[in-house]
Design a binder for this molecule. Structure first.
Ligand SMILES: Cc1ncc(COP(=O)(O)O)c(C=O)c1O
Length: 388
């Protein structure tokens, strides 16, 4: 719908009548599951020890149900660790890397952060492969004898690996994967992953501060037989006396978790199981990304940041302004656009990541409803014109 304009006047779209019912499009923390409400959280474990019978049972349940939902191979272990996805990745990097040559791949800010860890903090002589925002690093010829570190879905560029075919099935190195914005939304080939990490605050809309780490039998073997020769703070330690601390994978966490967050995670799992399990979650994210893409194809002022659909995310969809002549001006416009949408309660947290090219980033993970993505498009068009 457009307003009637005087001849020669700029025709601006009218303010849309319908707002997204849940204007939550942040790429982390992500939208809570549909129907979520704090009164649904059980108080049974609150004010009680996480090492007591109730606490331990709930922690173990959180692990077991997550393991099942992700369809992890039966011989893979899954544990709850401190400090969210960052904690889980640091734990893997600092516990494992250094005994073999390393290849590290990065195509956006979070991947670049792991490069800093490996190259600048640990000072390992790594083969570093990078790509600009919107592109992916060269995945060809990865030496299977080297350890490889990568991010499955780059949250700040909206670029994901197309598959894991480039990781050799008969590798002797380990593959360490930051999967935080891919897990529960993309088809991760776990047989090709030795260490996977994610946090509760992403695709199932859980709370921040808790991470999960997935270990393959080969990763466990490496931890026990060939650990990195460096001292580690308690918070990163996965082994004791040369053996895996098995309790971590049964819910005996390294330090105290929030049982309220655990309850929240169990609620998210329940929603996810009812939403059709992993394939249902992936289908929801795909439908959201497709609905957003329909709008992108119709709107002349916006483009995908990831030009190639084969590497384009279905969770953190990143968009850039079509006219890129004035980057500073675009940053200013991005800011006003975000503020206007927020003031209107039409969309929260949709501006591009601070280091990424100016534009928008719209979370399309499973906890977002497709009808809200469809309602969002006209608001974005309206806000674009209103901030001209
Ligand atoms: C790919 C990726 N890695 C790491 C992180 C850091 O996650 P957390 O804040 O849960 O530690 C994020 C957060 O957005 C992310 O998207």
């Amino acid at each position: 719908m457009t307003e009637v304009a005087e001849p020669g006047a700029v025709v601006r779209p009218a303010k849309p009548a319908t707002k997204p019912a849940r204007p939550f499009f942040s790429s982390g923390p992500c939208a809570k599951p549909p129907g979520w409400n704090p009164t649904l959280l059980s108080e049974r474990a609150l004010g009680r020890s996480h090492r007591g019978s109730v606490g331990k049972k709930l922690l173990a349940e959180a692990i077991d149900r997550t393991h099942a939902l992700l369809e992890l191979p039966a011989d893979y272990k899954l544990g709850i660790v401190p400090a969210s996805d960052t904690g889980a990745m640091e734990m893997a990097i600092w516990s494992l890397l250094g005994t073999r040559p390393v290849t590290i791949l990065a195509w956006e800010s979070f991947g670049a952060g792991w490069v800093t860890d490996v190259a600048k903090q640990l000072k390992l002589n790594a083969d570093i492969r990078t790509a600009d925002y919107g592109e992916i690093a060269d995945l060809s010829g990865i030496d299977p004898a080297r350890d490889v570190v990568f991010t499955w879905n780059g949250t700040t560029s909206g670029v994901r690996v197309p598959d894991a075919d480039w990781i050799a099935a008969d590798r002797t190195g380990l593959s360490i994967c930051d999967a935080t914005s891919a897990a529960f939304a993309q088809d991760i080939d776990w047989a090709k992953i030795d260490v996977g990490t994610f946090s509760w605050q992403k695709a199932l809309g859980g709370e921040a501060a808790h991470g999960m780490i997935v270990l393959s039998p080969r990763a466990i073997e490496r931890l026990e037989r060939e650990p990195a020769a460096r001292p580690l703070p308690k918070i990163f330690r996965l082994t004791k006396g040369g053996k895996l601390i098995d309790g971590i994978f049964r819910g005996e966490t390294i330090n105290t978790p929030s049982m309220l967050c655990v309850e929240d995670w169990l609620l998210a799992l329940e929603w996810a199981e009812k939403a059709g399990g992993l394939s249902g979650l992936i289908a929801r994210a795909d439908a959201n990304a497709a609905a957003l893409d329909e709008w992108v194809q119709r709107s002349a002022w916006i483009d995908h940041l990831a030009g190639d659909p084969a590497i384009r995310s279905n969770t953190s969809v990143c968009l850039q302004f079509a006219d890129r002549a004035d980057e500073e001006g675009n940053r200013v416009r991005q800011k006003s656009l975000g503020q206007l949408l927020e003031r209107e309660d039409a969309a929260y947290d949709v501006t591009a990541y601070r280091d990424a090219p100016p534009g928008l980033r719209i979370w399309c993970g499973a906890t977002v409803d497709t009808t809200d993505i469809q309602a969002l498009g006209p608001w974005l068009d309206w806000a674009w014109e209103a901030t001209a």
